[in-house]
Design a protein around this ligand. Structure first.
Ligand code: XMP
Length: 324
């Protein structure tokens, strides 16, 4: 009979057979549940012959790269290399305001950086790395999730096709028969921290699509700090698990305010929180007014450059979850 415990053993054996006694595997991790569960499973199967790479693209959340490193390396024993490519991503994003262009730049730069770093990993037997790990889930297999954009661009998992072709890698997808709730269950069994297992989804282009307009280091920093305060308060209020996704957006608009006896003229943060089962339709989350009041006051007081906070009360449709 099928149980998750049996699945772990079966899958570990399948991976060992597939990879063989000497070959090496690489895979990108994001700090999300899918890539972490897939990486942990791979580590259980072949240890340090699995090489995880986290690309810091400069648009991750506050302290994200350091936090992921701590959890994956110290907590889970995963052989992880963190690559700080933030300057490279940010310089490519300079002057770009179109959301789809941002996505394309981030996707292409990611492939470029990943390939370059993978080159540096030299297997002990002198052969090339042969396999690429992907945290593909069953719903990704049966239906490609489409995102917005003029041509309804189809979600390609970190454009893995390019990597497979250019690097002549074979694909390993240990989660391809599982649904999200099963991956979470598997994650708990594999000892992955509860907070990580139940994390809200975070888009590949990250904060770049939550800083509306041009993405600069300074703008990312403001969006990050506001987002961090918002999520901290959501967790403190015990609401995190009732919400499907929540984040702060930084709008390219200035607004007048007053702090002490000083007139201010700074930017606007828009808060978003939604409830959904499939992300195709979504409702905004009905926070208590006192909660919104607290978050707004903390953000304006603690984050330099923000004069005003608004809460997004638009459902999907007609709005999308993200602002870009
Ligand atoms: P939208 O904005 O299309 O978002 O209503 C639905 C879900 O998809 C996520 N999203 C993305 N995820 N790359 C990703 O990996 C993207 O370019 C992207 N755009 C949107 C969004 O965060 C939400 O969970």
């Amino acid at each position: 009979n099928w149980t998750m415990e049996n699945f772990i053993d079966t899958e570990i054996n399948r991976i060992r057979k597939l990879v063989g006694p000497t070959a090496e595997v690489i895979g990108a991790v994001s700090g999300g549940v899918d890539s972490t569960v897939a990486s942990k499973l791979m580590t259980e199967a072949i240890g340090d012959r699995f090489h995880a790479i986290l690309v810091d693209n400069g648009v991750l959340r506050l302290n994200e790269a350091a936090n992921v490193k701590k959890t994956l390396v110290e907590g889970l024993g995963i052989n992880l290399m963190v690559v700080d490519a933030s300057e490279e991503f940010l310089s490519k994003l300079k002057g770009v305001t179109d959301p789809e262009k941002k996505r394309k730049i981030i996707g292409n730069t990611f492939i470029h950086v990943f390939e370059r770093e993978a080159e540096k990993i030299k297997p002990k037997d002198g052969k090339e790395i042969q396999f690429l790990l992907q945290g593909t889930l069953y719903p990704d297999v049966i239906e490609s999730i489409s995102f917005k954009g003029p041509s309804q661009t189809i979600k390609t998992h970190h454009n893995v096709g390019g990597l497979l072709e250019n690097m002549k890698l074979k694909l390993i997808e240990p989660l391809r028969e599982l649904f999200k709730d099963e991956v979470r269950h598997l994650g708990e069994l594999l000892g992955i921290p509860h907070d990580l297992v139940w994390r809200h989804p975070f888009p590949g282009p990250g904060i770049a699509i939550r800083v509306l307009g041009e993405v600069t280091k300074e703008q990312v920093e403001i969006a990050r700090k506001a987002d961090n305060i918002y999520i901290e308060e959501i967790k403190k209020a015990g609401l995190y698990n009732q919400i499907s996704q929540a984040f702060a957006c930084l709008l390219p608009v200035k607004s007048v305010g007053v702090m002490g006896d000083q007139r201010t003229y700074d930017q606007v943060i828009a808060l978003r929180a939604i409830e959904t089962t499939d992300f195709m339709t979504a409702d905004w989350f009905p926070f208590e007014h006192s909660f919104l009041k607290k978050v707004a006051s903390r953000i304006v007081n603690e984050v330099d450059g923000v004069a005003r906070v608004t809460y997004d009360i638009t459902s999907k449709p007609p709005a999308t979850v993200e602002w870009e």
